[in-house]
Design a protein around this ligand. Structure first.
Ligand code: CTP
Length: 419
């Protein structure tokens, strides 16, 4: 555990059910020696009490705009400048909209406006609120202003729905905070994309598009065709590329993983949606197809749930899905400089992988033996990196280590020294 004894965080708790998770976050921050000052919105106080927060932080909670000269004698400018980092968690739709518009009608929004420090926002709201164009407009504006987002994630929601909008877990928010406090987080912002400081193994200034996870191909409103991919390898590669300074777009099928920090993550369900989003994300310097894209979809998805009949078993007619990797590899316009695919094989690994390298016009194939214990859905992977020039066999290692080596190799192929 890294300690940050000199660091100070101003935590702004918005009014959402996820506010309870910030209590755990405060505890973990305090364990790291970080001083946490808390501001609560009126709505936040309906979910957690000032007393709980004050017991955990050991200091006064601020909640009123016009009472700032009280015990602490701090004005609002001082309060927001005194911190090394501002964290808005949960960042509700209301708080994000206020921030995007520069409104300052209460203490929380005033401090977010008065600051000259980085702001980390952990959104939490109902999926429809998150996907609403008004919220997405706020997020786009805030990202342009340099606000950093962690989450939201997919999952069951307190309101009974399922989807994107859950606040990241305290551990995920903590990782983001630690990166920011260490000053080693390279943000994928437009202004950050100059090539000038690119070093060996660096992908600074490069745009990388990555697919990850399985795809789900609907049969009817309740059933779908899926596969065992967890998305762990693809997400680890996206995180490694972002850590190497790249501007990363991750197009992910349904997974139960957090969006990697510092990566623009787009969530899709089907192979066709994945292809559309990949094409929309181009042009890019590098495309890495890690997703276990379903090879087939049902020819006609039933709009109604298919019912059981005693004398009749339904027959599914399948049609082939687009091959995303091949479509990108064979592009004549806007083909990324490096196209990297995966080959999940259970036999004749090298031979099949070599065939995919040629057939899909790739520059590299990462061949993995899916019969190896712990590979499918697990934490480790055993891969060979195949290029037209030769191959490199890596031993069984964690998916994070595979990701780091792959990114290093890619950076080398593009002109660094990772080859
Ligand atoms: N891939 C893709 N679109 C598909 C199928 C596969 O983009 N419709 C990509 C995967 O992301 C991976 C590579 O192609 O990078 C190889 O996937 P794999 O499942 O190993 O091979 P397939 O081409 O599907 O061939 P097969 O299942 O016959 O081995």
């Amino acid at each position: 555990m890294t300690a940050f004894p000199e660091k100070r965080i101003l935590l702004i708790i918005g009014g959402g059910i996820a506010a309870y998770k910030t209590l755990e976050l405060i505890r973990r921050l305090r364990e790291r020696g970080i001083f946490v000052r808390v501001v609560m919105t009126e709505a936040a106080k309906k979910f957690v009490t000032k007393l709980s927060v004050e017991s955990l932080t050991g200091s006064e909670v601020f909640d009123e705009l016009f009472a700032l000269t009280g015990d602490s004698g701090m004005g609002h400018i001082e309060l927001s400048r005194d911190a090394d980092l501002l964290v808005a968690a949960p960042a509700t739709a209301d708080l994000l909209a206020k921030m995007a518009q520069g409104l300052a009608g209460d203490l929380a929004s005033t401090l977010l406006l008065a600051t000259d420090k980085k702001i980390l926002a952990a959104p939490a709201m109902n999926v429809r609120m998150w996907l609403h164009p008004a919220t997405q407009r706020s997020v786009a504006l805030l990202q342009k202003d340099g606000v950093i987002f962690v989450g939201p994630e997919s999952g069951d929601m307190a309101c009974g729905e399922y989807g994107l909008g859950r606040m990241s877990e305290p551990a995920g928010i903590l990782t983001a905070i630690e990166h920011l406090l260490s000053g080693d987080m390279r943000l994928p912002l437009p202004g950050d994309l100059s090539d000038e400081s690119a070093g060996p193994g660096s992908l600074k200034g490069r745009r990388v598009v990555i697919t990850s996870g399985p795809t789900h191909e609907p049969i009817d409103p309740v059933r779908y065709i899926a596969n065992r991919s967890s998305g762990k390898q693809g997400h680890a590669i996206a995180a490694a590329a972002a850590a190497a300074g790249a501007n990363v777009v991750l197009i992910s099928g349904p997974v139960s993983l957090a969006d990697p920090f510092g990566v623009k993550t787009i969530h899709v369900e089907t192979a066709q949606e994945m292809l559309t989003q990949v094409e929309a994300a181009l042009p890019a310097d590098i495309f890495i197809g890690v997703a276990a894209v379903a090879d087939w979809r049902v020819a006609e998805t039933s709009l109604a749930k298919i019912k059981k009949h005693p004398e009749e078993t339904p027959a599914l007619t399948l049609v082939e899905n687009p091959d995303i990797l091949a479509a990108i590899g064979r592009r004549s316009k806007d083909r990324p400089a490096l196209v990297v695919g995966f080959a999940a094989e259970s036999e004749k690994l090298q031979e099949n992988a070599q065939a995919k390298l040629i057939a899909k016009n790739c520059d590299m194939i990462v061949a993995n033996d899916v019969t190896e214990a712990g590979v499918l859905g697990g934490e480790s992977n055993k891969v060979s990196l195949l290029t037209k020039q030769g191959k490199e066999n890596l031993p069984l290692m964690t998916k994070q280590k595979v990701a780091a080596r792959l990114i290093e190799k890619i950076a080398g192929m593009l002109g660094g020294n990772g080859q």
